[in-house]
Design a protein. Structure first.
Length: 219
């Protein structure tokens, strides 16, 4: 009877068990909600699509920052070592947020009635979307365990570093262009540029700490 009760309890627990969503899925859902909030503020018009995609792009900057500093921060501060284990989820979350952003760019061209002006915008954005999607797929694959087994950790690290560096340049150059250009004051671009500088300094500090550890290693 005890064994039957225990078995039924375990079966009941499994029946009502709700799996915890993955980190990348949570980031993707947050990006979708932020994008939809932009649509809701200005309505489902061209201005609403533009604001929604702009908010999604800004959120990808924060997702990127979390993904690139997770490894160095966990190695520099041992008490945060758990973050390094979740780095793959953060990288995939960044990729998912970029996917939502690229979708928010293409979606207006599918919803708004076609016209000469819309066709011109679609033609200009298509190469950007294709390049961004390809780069994002490279990052997502290079962060996977299957890629590490097939290509080796060194090759995956090079692919991941080079692909993520392209996004670092995009965020940093966008911040510099907006700050130095004749634009309205926007604190986000200055803040995003500061985040990129902090991420770069953390990477340098991590490399420096690894060199010191290798030099002091006995033998």
């Amino acid at each position: 009877m005890v064994a039957i009760d225990q078995a039924s309890a375990v079966a009941e627990e499994r029946r009502f068990h709700i799996p915890r969503p993955r980190g990348w899925a949570i980031i993707a859902i947050c990006t979708v909600l932020i994008c939809l909030a932009g649509f809701a503020v200005r309505g489902f018009s061209e201005n609403g699509w533009r604001l929604g995609s702009e908010l999604a792009w800004r959120f990808t900057c924060f997702a990127y920052f979390g993904a690139v500093i997770a490894g160095p921060l966990a190695r520099l501060i041992p008490s945060l070592r758990r973050i390094c284990k979740e780095r793959r989820q953060l990288v995939w979350g960044f990729c998912a947020s970029v996917g939502v952003y690229l979708a928010s760019i293409l979606l207006p061209n599918l919803v708004v009635p076609p016209g000469p002006s819309r066709d011109g915008v679609a033609a200009e954005l298509t190469p950007f979307v294709i390049f961004g999607a390809g780069l994002t797929l490279v990052i997502a694959y290079a962060a996977s365990r299957s890629a590490a087994r097939l290509l080796g950790r060194t090759a995956c690290s090079v692919m991941l570093g080079a692909s993520l560096s392209c996004f670092w340049l995009a965020y940093a150059l966008a911040g510099l262009a907006y700050i130095s250009g004749p634009h309205r004051p926007d604190a986000f671009y200055g803040f995003s540029l500061s985040l990129m500088i902090v991420a770069l300094l953390l990477r340098f500090a991590d490399r420096f700490a690894l060199k010191i550890q290798a030099r002091n290693k006995p033998g």
